[in-house]
Design a protein around this ligand. Sequence first.
Ligand SMILES: *Cc1c(COP(=O)(O)O)cnc(C)c1O
Length: 507
Amino acid sequence: MNEDALGLDGIAGRGASALAELHALRAADAPTHGGRVLSYVYDPGIAELDRIAGEAARLVQPVNGLDPTVFPSARVLERDLVAWGAQLTHGGDGTVGNVTSGGTESCMLAVLSARDSAGRGGEAGDAGSIVIPTTAHAAFVKAAHVLGLGVVRVAVDPSTGRVDPARIAAALRDDTVLVVASAPNYPLGALDPIAEIAEVTGAAGVPLHVDACLGGFALAWWDESGAGDDTLPPWDFRVPGVTTLSLDLHKYGYAPKGASLLLHRDRDRHRAQYFGLTDWPGYPVVNPTLLGSKSLAATASAWAIAHALGDDGYRALVGRIRRSVTVLREAVDATAGLRVVGDPVGPVFAVAADGHGERAVDPHRWAAAVAERGFTLQMQPSLPQPDGTTLPATTHLTVTPVTESVLGELVVALREAATEVRGVPPAQPLAALATLAAAFEAGQVEARDVTALPSAVLAAALAEAGLAPGGPGELDMAAVLSAVEALPREVTRVLLIEYLAGLLAPG
Ligand SMILES: *Cc1c(COP(=O)(O)O)cnc(C)c1O
């Protein structure tokens, strides 16, 4: 080994150039601050909070959150955050839970706990199934996939975006281990009728998970934000049948990515979420979450931000959000050819075409035209539901406190973009995918003919369609979504996996 490689000057110099390169890479990212990206990032618009979060993360940088007996700081941070989340969601003193790495992990652990509490899964065999609205987050389908459960998807009412409790009742089966409802859901921002669903699940003796990953830390102050008159129906532990609840610190808690809460009303269900192993020759393993060794960085940042903002700080930020949502929804409602879908509650909503033909505004064309004016909105595909109805293609807007600082410019962009694309029909899939779609339509190909193809063939097909990394359609989301809608979903699933794997592949 060359000891010179460890010389301080060499390390400092090479480190500096790596950091310079990272600065350059970051400059090419979508802007995480300033309100120009209306999905993925949750910007309170307060630079001091970034500094505090960064300092907190640095302080715990070398800690292994795996073992709170060796690192008691891990215990204090987790206990504080769980107690705070329980108080905000009216859980009372008995509520227990954990900090997880994000919403997906919180949802997975809720499903794991429900499966094992039902005495299913693992060595017990048949893992059972979960009942979810079509609008429930993909994380629940992922959880079922990983944990070996079936999924029963229940159509939501396209006119409200909410699921009907009677349909949940009808979907329950003998092997149902969990029902999921959203507060609110990601695609449309609608708040499922939690109390009415809890009556159904309570009568059937099935646990109910409320997924408040997205909006929990906004809904908690929604009514008292002073920015609107409507009050929310109870959506949290005030509702007796709610057994578990997830809320993401890294969304409207404003923490950096990597922190969420999963709360349980019941201690035994909580313990069922844990993994323990004492019969191996290493240290006794007791993990409340999926990870083993884990960073405390996002947890410490979340904790510091919660203290820095305090109750009044969060309430004031929610006031900003709620006022901006009102302005933006009015702007959409006042735009011919566009409509807000259903009856959203809270900080996110979705926009669809209003009507057809000359006056309609295709929501994806619209999003592309808004992007040219400096704001990134998120395109979402249409979805045929199990009851034969269809949820329309939409464009999603996540409103954050900082949205207020660009509100005037954003409203103008939304209006001008609509004028520009009004009457323009939706994008067509790229030519090669359109040919493939026609072959499916004509029955010449079946989904399994494609899903069984090896990666190399799929990659070649993508390249031909212009969707390979560096190809003309590489980042054309409107074209990608029109392909998602035109082809069988099972086919787009494997194509998009191939696409992303190609994007991330070395070389
Ligand atoms: C974001 C989200 C999740 C999943 O969370 P991740 O933090 O992205 O893993 C689950 N449910 C809802 C409603 C969400 O918005």
